[in-house]
Design a protein around this ligand. Sequence first.
Ligand code: GTB
Length: 217
Amino acid sequence: MTITITAFERSPDGGRGLARDTRVRWALEEVGQPYEVRLVSFRAMKEPAHLALHPFGQIPTYEEGDLALFETGAIVFHIAQRHAGLLPDDANARARAITWMFAAVNTVEPPILELGTARLLEGDKPWHDERLPLVEDRVRNRLKQLSARLGNADWLDGAFSAGDLMMVSVLLRLKSSGILDEYPNLAAYLARGETRPTYKRAFAAQLAVNTGRPPTG
Ligand code: GTB
């Protein structure tokens, strides 16, 4: 059955891979499933046809036969459940990998998003300079805890899993901030994720959309 996802017709990041279709593309690459992409404009995202797929008028969505999903956590979980390669067979290890998926989107991503909002949208507010260090500290606190748990391991719990895919995807948002470099094991963890051929293919595919040039390599 054909898998179709939606992505920005033109991502505001110009193809840096920060829009959330990249994590879904990556999951599909990891499990070797081909997929099609329907590009949507910001206007189309708020129209009834797209709202029927995504109640909040966002990307990405996932369609497969008569199944339609939204929320990247749920989409990646669905892909990982349906296809081998992203979740361990052992029941306890599988439950732990799923826990890391939730930790990525519920515990680590929120302060990172808050930092993005503070930097990009609140620069002109009179309280910006006072608030920014507080928001940065919340991010540092989570990174410190994550760094302590990762230690010298390559991945969060044994072999690479959907938990790592989600966590690396969340950390990618910090790449240009420099904060991650304060935690060398997390910077190396991110780099390990980015060097996976599956990630590279996902990144190249979204970049091609945003540059209008076909993916190379
Ligand atoms: N919780 C949802 C999920 O995980 O699926 C969040 C989905 C979401 O935030 N989608 C964003 C969107 O559709 C795109 S990814 N926004 C349009 C809207 O809400 O109207 C977030 C995003 C957007 C742009 C950049 N960027 O340019 O750097 C990075 C990330």
